[in-house]
Design a protein around this ligand. Structure first.
Ligand code: TXA
Ligand code: MG
Length: 326
C-alpha cells in the first residue's frame, strides 16, 4: 500500500470501531473513535490497561476543544493557542457526552492536538476525536517508531501508520487547566518555564489532591530488565562490581569511552536534553534486547530542561524491580 492507501485503510478501521496505531511528534498512539465505547474498550484490552486510567482525546484543531470541554478558562485557551498543534495535553472540564470509558469516570477530559503531519491528516479526515494512549503495553516503554509498535503488539494490531521516528521522543506535557490555577501533571516536551512565559503566570506542581494518572504512578515506563540510575562519577565502579558478579550490563552513558569489560553493551547518550529525550525509548529497548542482566543509566543533571527525561528514568528504575541504586 502507498501512503494514501495506508491512510484510507486506517480511516476505515477507525470508522468501523477498530484500533490503529499512528505517529505523533511525541510517541506513537493507539487510537480509536472516542465516541464509540466498544472501540475504546478494544484499546484497554490491547494495552492490558486498567479501565479506570483515562485516555487523551486527540483532535485535529484547537477549535474542537469546545466539542469536548465545558467553559474552558482564559488560561486554558491561552495555552491551547500557544502550544497547539504540539506536545501539550490539557485536562479540562468534560462536556456531558464524553464517555466514562475515556475519562475514567472523572469529571475532566484530556485533550491534545498533535503536530505530526500523518496524525493531522488522519484526524482531519476522521473529523471526530480519537482516544489514544501511548502504543505500548501497560507500564512498559513507549514506542517512538512503527517498528517498536509492531514489536509490542505484532498481529494483534491490524494497522500501524508509519511516520518514521518521533521528533520529540517522550510523551506530551500534561497540564490540568480545569481549576483556577494550572497544574503540571506530567513533564514532557514543553517545559514549565515555557508554559509560565506563555501564561504570564505560575504553573503549580501537583499536590496530593491531584487526580491519580498512570503516568504519575511511581513505577511506569519500565523496561523488562532491572534498571539502576547512578551518578555519572560512580558509574564505572558500579559497572566493574556488577561485572565481578558475572552480570551482563548495558549502560546508557554520557561518555563515549567504554570500559574494557566483556559482556558490556555501551549506549552513548546525547549530552543535551532534547537529543537524549529523542533517543531515550529506543535506547531502553536496545538495552532490553541486548540480553543484559542489568541496565545502568548515568543520572542526567538536575536542571529544569532535564525534568521530563529524569521523570521517565526515575519511574523506569522504580518499575523495573532493580535494587536501589547507589
Ligand atoms: O504524548 C502523548 O501524550 C501520547 C501521544 C500518543 O499523544 N499519549 C500518551 O497517552 O502518553 P497515555 O495514555 O500513555 O498517557 C496519558 C496520560 C495518562 O497518565 C492519563 O492518566 C492522563 O494522561 N490523563 C488522561 N485523562 C486525564 C484526566 N482527565 N485527568 C488527568 N489525567 C488524565
Ligand atoms: Mg503511556
Amino acid at each position: 500500500m502507498n501512503g494514501a492507501e495506508e491512510l484510507a485503510h486506517a480511516l476505515a478501521i477507525l470508522r468501523a470501531g477498530g484500533v490503529v496505531a499512528f505517529p505523533t511528534e511525541t510517541v506513537y498512539g493507539l487510537g480509536a473513535d472516542a465516541l464509540n465505547a466498544a472501540a475504546v474498550a478494544r484499546i484497554y484490552a490491547l494495552k492490558g490497561r486498567p479501565s479506570n486510567h483515562p485516555l487523551i482525546v486527540h483532535v485535529s484543531a484547537a477549535r474542537q476543544l469546545h466539542d469536548w470541554a465545558l467553559a474552558p478558562s482564559a488560561q486554558a485557551l491561552r495555552l491551547a493557542d500557544a502550544f497547539w498543534p504540539g506536545p501539550l495535553t490539557l485536562v479540562l472540564r468534560r462536556a456531558a457526552h464524553v464517555l466514562d470509558a475515556v475519562t475514567g469516570g472523572q469529571d475532566t477530559v484530556a485533550l491534545r492536538v498533535p503536530a505530526h503531519p500523518l496524525a493531522q491528516a488522519l484526524l482531519e479526515a476522521f473529523g471526530g476525536g480519537v482516544a489514544a494512549p501511548s502504543a505500548n503495553r501497560f507500564g512498559k516503554v513507549s514506542a517512538t517508531s512503527a517498528q517498536h509498535v509492531r514489536a509490542e503488539f505484532g498481529h494483534a494490531l491490524a494497522c500501524v501508520l508509519d511516520g518514521g521516528d518521533c521528533a520529540i521522543g517522550i510523551e506530551s506535557t500534561i497540564v490540568d487547566a480545569s481549576g483556577s490555577q494550572p497544574v503540571l501533571l506530567r513533564p514532557g516536551g514543553i517545559g514549565r518555564a515555557e508554559l509560565e512565559s506563555a501564561l504570564g503566570a505560575a504553573v503549580a506542581m501537583p499536590g496530593s489532591s491531584a487526580p491519580r494518572t498512570p503516568g504519575r504512578l511511581e513505577a511506569h515506563y519500565a523496561p523488562g530488565t532491572p534498571l539502576m540510575l547512578v551518578e555519572p562519577d560512580l558509574a564505572a565502579e558500579l559497572i566493574r562490581s556488577l561485572a565481578r558478579q558475572d552480570k551482563r550490563v548495558a549502560v546508557l552513558s554520557f561518555s563515549a569511552m567504554r570500559p574494557l569489560l566483556p559482556d558490556l553493551t555501551w549506549l552513548a547518550c546525547a549530552a543535551d536534553a532534547r537529543g537524549y529525550a529523542h533517543d531515550l525509548y529506543a535506547m531502553l529497548r536496545a538495552a532490553d534486547a541486548s540480553g543484559s542482566d542489568v541496565i545502568v543509566v548515568e543520572r542526567p543533571p538536575a536542571r529544569p530542561e532535564w525534568a521530563a527525561v529524569l521523570d521517565r528514568l526515575t519511574r523506569a528504575a522504580a518499575g523495573s524491580g532493580a535494587p536501589d541504586s547507589p
